[in-house]
Design a protein around this ligand. Structure first.
Ligand SMILES: Cc1cc2nc3c(=O)[nH]c(=O)nc-3n(C[C@H](O)[C@H](O)[C@H](O)COP(=O)(O)OP(=O)(O)OC[C@H]3O[C@@H](n4cnc5c(N)ncnc54)[C@H](O)[C@@H]3O)c2cc1C
Length: 389
């Protein structure tokens, strides 16, 4: 067992950190404040191959794993310029299409995902289903060779900057008549598809949207995967996206937490109000040390989850990815809170930019899966306790 990352992974981290330093927190702040997008950073990261490190080489990607993509996501966050859509486009959509897309779908979508020229967002959450994905009602039904998609989604990140949305829906099984999961890729300019921004109290360039599908006509190959009549097809595809989603959500939280901790430590070393810098007082130093420990533990769990996933052990990766996502989100919430506190009044000024991390770090506890749903998973699957809901 080796607890050091490979030389390649470390070189990747260094290169991405250098890109992040070129953009940094001021760039993000300006984009959030003006409602503009992080297109320059996304395009440059894509051009340098960082957004597609996990996509197979034959489709223009780096041929690496989710661990590489998580490293990219974490380093950009640590540099103060996290890219939320990395959790969605290359990680969820890229993984599902790489694993389950037909030959034609892979050729059509993966090269653009790999080089950053195609943004595909992911829509599962519905207003009346929330954490209970079994209750989703968005439905695809056959109309000749086509599909007609009807339903509604909520909180879908980045819809306004995407060319397409991967939609988790249900469809009737041709043999049994029962409803089963089915994933469709819907172009954002498809007739019958509309979306509205949600007014969020989040300082982020990526916005959330409510989506409406009103008999959206889709060609046969909009359905992800080869065999629409296979009972398990949609479920397997959905599960293929879950571990990458959780590992990347963890990496996203870790990046924010590393950035906040770095800023807090710098401030604690330099701010002097009595005789010594405030960091000399244990009331400031110990909570920051605790943050460093919890952050490192969460990083270790995230790396373990990525390693299990990349080595093909989906079952073990499932448990580890949930634990990593939980640990990283908790660490981020704690670190950001402590970073705000360490800055005193400056923790709430726009100039120091700490308070605007609060909502982002809290969001990590809620999305893409809430801490309670992870605790439910661990209680049932790790501890063997009865299902509580
Ligand atoms: C910033 C942001 C970005 C998002 N981006 C996307 C996206 O791109 N695509 C997408 O599909 N979705 C997205 N979401 C939605 C996100 O995945 C959901 O908000 C999340 O899954 C929780 O669902 P909910 O908001 O409906 O909460 P609810 O399901 O209503 O839950 C409310 C509270 O009750 C708790 N709870 C519910 N059931 C149980 C239970 N059985 N046991 C214990 N506690 C329970 C939850 O943990 C939570 O604290 C995003 C959300 C946010 C905030």
């Amino acid at each position: 067992m080796d607890f050091r990352e490979s030389d390649e992974r470390r070189a990747l981290r260094e290169a991405v950190a250098a890109l992040g330093a070129k953009y940094g927190p001021e760039y993000m702040r300006e984009k959030s404040r003006t409602g503009k997008k992080t297109t320059e950073l996304w395009v440059e990261a894509g051009h340098l191959g960082y957004l597609g490190v996990n996509i197979p080489e034959e489709y223009g990607g780096g041929g690496g794993g989710i661990g590489d993509l998580a490293a990219v996501c974490e380093e950009l966050g640590a540099a103060g310029c996290p890219l939320l859509l990395m959790v969605v486009t290359p990680a969820i959509c890229g993984s599902i299409i790489s694993r389950y897309g037909t030959g034609g779908q892979r050729k059509r979508w993966l090269p653009g995902i790999a080089d950053g020229t195609l943004t595909m967002v992911f829509a599962i959450t519905e207003p009346d289903a929330g954490s209970n994905a079994h209750r989703i009602t968005t439905t695809g039904r056959r109309d000749g060779d086509d599909w007609l998609l009807t339903g509604q989604k909520v909180f879908i990140s980045g819809t306004d900057e995407a060319q397409s949305v991967m939609v988790v829906a249900r469809t009737e099984d041709a043999k049994t008549g029962k409803l089963k999961p089915a994933l469709y890729v819907v172009p954002t300019d498809a007739p019958g598809f509309t979306y509205q921004p949600i007014d969020m109290d989040l300082a982020s360039p990526e916005k959330q949207f409510t989506l409406f599908f009103d008999d959206v006509r889709l060609p046969a190959d909009a359905l992800v995967g080869a065999d629409p009549d296979s009972q398990d097809a949609g479920l397997l595809q959905l599960f293929a996206g879950l571990n990458p989603e959780r590992i990347m959500a963890a990496a996203f939280s870790l990046g924010i937490a590393r950035y906040a901790l770095g800023r807090a430590v710098d401030y604690a070393k330099t701010r002097t109000v009595f005789k010594q810098p405030i960091g000399a007082h244990q009331g400031i130093a110990h909570p920051l040390a605790q943050c460093a420990i919890e952050l490192e533990l969460a990083r270790l769990m995230t790396q373990k989850a990525a390693w299990l996933y990349d080595s093909g052990d989906d079952m073990a990766a499932g448990e580890a990815a949930n634990m990593a996502k939980y640990a990283a989100a908790e660490a981020a919430a704690k670190v950001v809170d402590q970073a705000v506190h360490t800055h005193g009044g400056n923790g709430l000024t726009a100039e120091f930019g700490m308070a605007r991390l609060l909502a982002a770090s809290r969001a990590s506890r809620i999305a893409p899966v809430s801490r309670e749903m992870i605790l439910n998973f661990v209680a049932m699957h790790t501890l063997g306790l009865p299902k509580s809901y």
